[in-house]
Design a protein around this ligand. Structure first.
Ligand SMILES: [Zn+2]
Length: 492
């Protein structure tokens, strides 16, 4: 805490280095007296990013979900987030923490083949923790640590890998048998106390992963009534997290971002494409899993394989790599195979149906609403009671970097697309909620405006006196007193 406060004072002083002593003193008094968000939030920002795997954006509408709703009222929501293609767990979790499309960060699928490494990646395989699968990008925790801060990750995909030579400051390696409650207690402990030996300061960035409702979504299908209880249980887990944050005194001090990697679509045993009907297995190597599958034809057989599959089934798209639609941003990686098969929404592509079918799946076109995840956030950096309809998952990395005051690594996102979620943002006129006199938020806004007006008046009168008496040669406009202290050097 002392470190944070010291840095805060330093930032404020840097911004006023050219000011006169009396003006600096006056500004300090005014800022502290009015609690303007000039210095304070910038240096106290902490961030906890939570992913409930496969939590589709509209799940919160089918059960009461009081904890998601509370976050929406206390903070912000984005109705639908457009995930990156392909809409799978590993690629999209890496997109969330890098702001890069899969072709750029290199984790192009849950299962992939790298011709240069001559190796195959699949979750659970020992080789999947080889950093070369991940080193194409710099995840947020590495960015945070480069800036001298602590990070903690609980089972976030990739966080148990030394990416670019760096593990998170604190992390729990993936272990499906560790309960949600245990994951939360471990992570919040790092926010409060730091390392066990107390030589590590508390973390500033936390990442938390939970497998549901993805597992149940695959098993039951999103349309199953059984999913209602699963969604209610995830909401209760969010309630547990909120309560533990409160108990730790962190609820008002941490920016809590709750989202997911992708949505979920309903499958059917009637909607299956079996590749064996169209092509002999000795013609190609199958890479990945339905609904998006890489096909590596045998040497010199590419066109032959392509023509055997193109148009073979109306619900199966067949792309040469260079013909994959630009909007997918899914061409420029050696890990994307020369041919890519993409099943239509709700369809499964397998070699043979004996390979096994699921009731729910994801991986489809990222423009489909069924593939869009939930997003809610609250905390000192976020506005209150504000909703927008759409954003992209690549935009969340520059947003989080901005909140944490970190220089972002090169990325595909845009802070401008999501800046309106921040408390510092000027509300866009078309999306501002209508004022209402009984709304406590409105009352607070009016109160704050009156306070600012009073202090502003006082400031003007006082400054006039000061400048007339002590600073006759310095025009007020050069004193930097009116310059926002929240300097924005992160826009990219
Ligand atoms: Zn899944």
């Amino acid at each position: 805490m002392f470190f944070v406060w010291s840095k805060q004072v330093q930032v404020c002083n840097n911004k006023m280095a050219d000011g006169e002593v009396s003006a600096r003193f006056l500004l300090g008094v005014v800022a502290m007296a009015t609690l303007l968000p000039a210095c304070r939030p910038q240096d106290l920002q902490r961030l906890l990013l939570v992913s409930f795997d496969g939590f589709r954006w509209d799940y919160v509408r089918r059960v009461p979900a009081p904890n998601f709703r509370a976050l929406l009222q206390e903070g912000v929501g984005v109705e639908q987030i457009e995930s990156a293609y392909v809409t799978e767990t590993f690629p999209d979790h890496y997109t969330l923490v890098t702001g890069l499309f899969a072709e750029s960060h290199g984790v192009v699928a849950n299962e992939m083949y790298d011709p240069d490494l001559n190796a195959t990646f699949a979750p659970g395989r020992p080789g999947s923790r080889d950093p070369r699968w991940w080193d194409g990008a710099e995840p947020l925790w590495v960015t945070n640590q480069r800036a001298g801060h602590g990070s903690g990750a609980v089972m976030w995909p990739g966080s148990d890998v030394p990416i670019r030579g760096t593990y998170p400051t604190r992390y729990l390696p993936y272990n499906v048998s560790v309960e949600f409650e245990e994951r939360v207690r471990g992570l919040l402990g790092w926010f409060s106390r730091g390392g066990e030996a107390e030589e590590q300061p508390p973390i500033r960035l936390g990442l938390l992963y939970w497998e549901e409702p993805d597992l149940s979504g695959h098993a039951f299908g999103p349309d199953s009534p059984l999913m209602d209880d699963v969604i209610a249980d995830v909401d209760a887990k969010l309630g547990f997290l909120r309560e533990e944050l409160r108990k730790a005194g962190l609820y008002e001090r941490v920016n809590l971002v709750v989202t997911s990697d992708h949505g979920m679509a309903q499958m059917s045993p009637e909607r299956v494409v079996e590749l064996d009907e169209y092509l002999s297995r000795d013609q190609y190597t199958w890479v990945g899993k339905s609904p998006v599958v890489g096909i590596l034809p045998r040497e010199g057989r590419l066109e032959e394989v392509y023509h055997a599959l193109a148009g073979a089934h109306p619900s199966l798209r067949v792309y040469r790599k260079e013909e994959i639609p630009e909007r997918f941003h899914y061409r420029h990686s050696g890990r994307i195979m020369p041919l890519v098969l993409a099943a239509e929404e709700g369809w499964t592509v397998v070699q043979n149906r004996s390979d096994g079918l699921m009731h729910g799946n994801h991986g489809y076109d990222n423009a489909l609403p069924s593939m869009h995840p939930v997003f809610v956030a609250r905390g000192p950096a976020f506005r209150q009671g504000y909703n927008k309809t759409w954003a992209r998952s690549v935009d969340l990395y520059p947003l989080m970097c901005h909140i944490l005051d970190l220089p972002p690594a090169p990325n595909n996102g845009s802070l401008a697309n999501v800046r309106d979620l921040l408390r510092e943002a000027t509300p866009p006129p078309t999306q501002a909620p209508p004022p209402h006199v009984t709304d406590p938020t409105y009352a607070r806004v009016v109160g704050s405006l009156l306070g600012v007006a009073l202090v502003g008046g006082f400031l003007l009168v006082f400054l006039r006196q000061v400048t007339l008496r002590q600073l006759p040669a310095t025009p007020i406009g050069n004193m930097e007193i009116s310059r926002p202290l929240l300097q924005d050097h992160l826009e990219i």
